[in-house]
Design a protein around this ligand. Structure first.
Ligand code: PAF
Length: 283
């Protein structure tokens, strides 16, 4: 497994593989790899000749009072995991290599970036779109892999790829969950024991809402109310940032159900901010 740190060298390496007719699958990460990430690498391994991982805790997607400094970092452990699953190249750039002092260019996907998480994390998706665009320009992947847990991020990147005619195919993979349903996330490491137990309520709520929708017996406002009431029962949730049902394309909150419905939640618990979602298809 090659470890490359310099963007130009990564770019030249990708070019060489492409010239030889190889396909490149790319999984961008911020490290602290868990089984959710590993499922993306597994899929990339199945579908491409060369698999590239990036590990870069991207400072531009963190707000001034967010967890950039304490975001979990485990480079040694990550490299070991990537070796075992046969990743070919790890791109591990320094912050200064990605954002030199004279860096001036940012990318912003309008509207989609302002909703849901965007309303609570101003500037977050600008940082995400910018870094993913840079990574795509450096790595030149034929396919790029993301997890559905970050549904809004997926939608924003998909729009950026479409709007800017970026020559890559985006693959969205299912959320990987712990036994009790909690979506895997590097930030779960922040949870203390009681918080970890309480966090299972997020997925439980998503499943309960899914059942209510599918039963076709309840008006949407009632379902939304029940959703909030379920979450409010957990005193360890210090803030319910959003919990509702949204349009899967525009992220507008729905006033009536559609064929596809995004049920999404963001809560704060202890030092963590947790998000999760499911998509419910109805006839
Ligand atoms: O989902 C993440 O881990 C990050 O937002 C990403 C896509 C690696 C960009 O920094």
């Amino acid at each position: 497994m090659e470890i490359l740190r310099i963007p130009k060298i990564m770019q030249e390496t990708s070019k060489r593989h492409i010239q030889k007719g190889k396909t490149i699958g790319f999984v961008p990460t911020m490290g602290a790899l868990h089984n959710g990430h590993l499922s993306l690498f597994k899929r990339a391994r199945e579908e491409n000749d060369i698999v590239v991982a990036s590990i870069f805790v991207n400072p531009t997607q963190f707000g001034p009072n967010e967890d950039f400094d304490k975001y979990p970092r485990d480079i040694e452990g990550d490299i070991e995991k990537l070796r075992t699953i046969n990743v070919d190249i790890v791109f591990l750039p320094e912050t200064k290599a990605m954002y030199p002092d004279n860096f001036l260019t940012f990318l912003y996907v309008e509207k989609l970036s302002e909703k849901l998480c965007g309303a609570f994390r101003p500037g977050h998706f600008k940082g995400v779109a910018t870094v993913v665009n840079k990574l795509i320009n450096i790595i030149k992947p034929h396919k790029i892999y993301f997890g559905q847990k970050d549904y809004q991020q997926c939608l924003i990147i998909r729009k950026m790829i479409e709007d800017l005619n970026i020559d890559t195919e985006m693959i969205i993979c299912p959320t990987i969950r712990e036994k009790d349903g909690l979506a895997m996330s590097s930030r779960n490491a922040y949870l203390k024991e009681k918080e970890r137990v309480a966090s299972a309520l997020i997925y439980k709520t998503l499943v309960a809402v899914s059942d209510l929708i599918k039963s076709n017996k309840h008006p949407l406002p009632k379902i939304k109310e029940q959703m909030l009431n379920m979450l409010k029962e957990e005193p360890l949730f210090s803030e319910i940032q959003y919990a509702s049902i949204y349009d899967t394309e525009t992220l507008e909150e729905l006033t009536e159900l559609k064929k596809n419905n995004l049920v999404a939640i963001a809560v704060k618990i202890g030092d963590a901010r947790l998000i999760d979602n499911i998509i419910i298809e109805i006839n």
